[in-house]
Design a protein around this ligand. Structure first.
Ligand SMILES: CC(C)(COP(=O)(O)OP(=O)(O)OC[C@H]1O[C@@H](n2cnc3c(N)ncnc32)[C@H](O)[C@@H]1OP(=O)(O)O)[C@@H](O)C(=O)NCCC(=O)NCCS
Length: 179
C-alpha cells in the first residue's frame, strides 16, 4: 500500500483513497503483478493459462493495457497501487466479452468491484455493445450472486479448465447493457 505524508502528525499514513480509470501502457508492470497474483493465489476463479501469461513480455503486458475501440482494461488504485482490475473485449459487432475481474483480498467488500462493473458496462454500452458475455465457475457463489443481481442470466453450462489446473462446471452468462 502506498504511503502519504500526514502534514499534521508528521507521520506516514496509508493512502486509502480509491480512484478508478482505464489502464494505459505505463501500467504494464502493475497489471502483470496483480494478474499473476490472481492466477497464482486465486487461480480457481480464472479460465486462463498461468504459464502462458507468466511468459508474456513487458511489451505484451503494455499492449494488454492499451485501450482500443475493441477492448479496455479498467483499474482501481489505492494511492498509486493497482488493487483491482476488470477487462472487456469485443466478441462480435454487438457483443462484448468480460473477464479478469479481480479485487485484491484486502480491498474486497468496499464497493470497488461495483465501481469497476459500472464503469465497464458504461464503456461497453457507449461503444454500441448491447450484450456482455462472461463465464463464472459454478461454485463461485459470490460472483454469481453479484452478477445475477445485476440482471445476468445463464445461457450455457459446461466444464472448463481453470488456472489452478482444476476442471469445474462453469456458467456462461449474458447480460443486456442499457444504452
Ligand atoms: C467478485 C469481486 C470482483 C467483487 O468485488 P468487491 O469489490 O468485493 O465487490 P463490492 O464490494 O462492490 O460488493 C459487491 C456486493 O457486495 C456488497 N457489499 C459491498 N460492501 C459491503 C460490505 N462492507 N459488507 C457487506 N456487503 C458489501 C455490495 O452491496 C454488493 O452487493 P449488491 O450487488 O447487493 O449491491 C471480488 O470479490 C473478487 O475479486 N473475488 C475473487 C475473484 C473473483 O471471483 N472474480 C470473478 C471471477 S468470475
Amino acid at each position: 500500500m502506498s504511503l502519504i505524508q500526514n502534514p499534521h502528525a508528521g507521520l506516514t499514513q496509508p493512502d486509502t483513497s480509491i480512484t478508478t480509470r482505464i489502464l494505459c501502457a505505463n501500467d504494464a508492470q502493475a497489471l502483470r503483478d496483480i494478474r499473476l497474483h490472481a492466477l497464482t493465489h486465486d487461480g480457481r476463479y480464472f479460465t486462463a493459462d498461468r504459464a502462458a501469461e507468466s511468459a508474456r513480455t513487458m511489451n505484451q503486458w503494455a499492449q494488454a493495457c492499451i485501450e482500443t475501440c475493441d477492448r479496455a482494461m479498467f483499474g482501481a488504485f489505492a494511492g498509486n497501487e493497482l488493487v483491482a482490475i476488470m477487462g472487456a473485449q469485443k466478441f462480435d459487432k454487438t457483443t462484448v466479452r468480460y473477464g479478469s475481474a479481480y479485487v485484491m483480498p484486502a480491498f474486497r467488500r468496499s464497493s470497488i468491484g461495483t465501481k469497476l462493473y459500472n464503469m465497464r458496462d458504461a464503456w461497453a454500452a457507449a461503444r454500441g455493445f448491447t450484450t456482455a458475455v462472461f463465464t463464472i465457475r459454478a461454485d463461485n457463489q459470490r460472483s454469481r450472486d453479484i452478477q445475477e443481481k445485476q440482471g445476468a442470466v445463464v445461457f450455457k453450462i459446461e466444464p472448463l479448465r481453470f488456472a489452478d489446473g482444476s476442471i469445474a462446471e462453469t456458467m456462461w452468462y449474458k447480460k443486456y447493457l442499457m444504452p
